[in-house]
Ligand binder design. Sequence first.
Ligand code: FE2
Ligand code: FE2
Length: 293
Amino acid sequence: MKHWRIEDVDWDSFDPAGVDPDAVAIVKAAAMVERNGTDYAIYLKNVFRDDPDFCQAADTWAVEEVQHGDALGRWAMLADPGWDFAAAFARYRAGYQVPLEADASVRGSRTGELIARCMVETGTSSYYTALAEATSEPVLRQVCRLIAADEYRHFKLFYDHMRRYLGRERIGVLTRLRIAAGRVTESEDDELAYAFHCGNEPPDLAYQHSRCIAAYMGRAMGVYRFRHIERGMGMTFKAVGLTPRGRLSGVAARLAWWLLQRRQRRFASRQRSCLASPAPTGIRHHGLFSRPT
Ligand SMILES: [Fe+2]
Ligand SMILES: [Fe+2]
């Protein structure tokens, strides 16, 4: 059962004066990635096919992720009444696919799969918390708070299942750390970049990963404050089996904050140079590409 419904959001309190165009751009991209949650559930149910408890949890999880996409998409259409979420999502689906036909996790073990899922939920929980605090638009703030609470529950869900599998598979801390770090770097792959392209760029502009990931990350990384990274690092440490609020976690959070700020500045400067010299139009992206889930 869902913890909230789209109708629970106070859509009438929408305030156009609080809309930041940069927030609209990143919300459009996030809406599509979230809306695509059903495919991830199919993949997860293939990986965990003999685990009915987990498969049932994956179905409920996907319903919530899809609702995140619908709520963010609805807000983006309020903020930009000319934007068509359904059309943008159809374009995204036509060009981007999660590989579904898996017999085993692309992470090498079920524990590894669940650690990767914990990392995604750590990222989304931190991101929507940061976005809620960064915006002055009341509906976006409410939607992001509702989503952030779901994402934290998702983290706990995958963490509990991960602990269960860890007892059988006994994956070492270093392997768990490698999987977690690997999943973080994948956030700069095509999934979000292509969603940014489909949500924000005209169909006659060719997709280009470097331009689109800079456009997304330059904006998205700017919403974080140190407290969000600190909390996210605590969740990461918990997921890999290290002390969540110890000295090491504090040092790692400060290092991650420094790296994030540096990366954000690089993406923002690339974004500015792309605006100064726009990519050629007239070439469409036709290829279907995918990423490890
Ligand atoms: Fe979500
Ligand atoms: Fe989630």
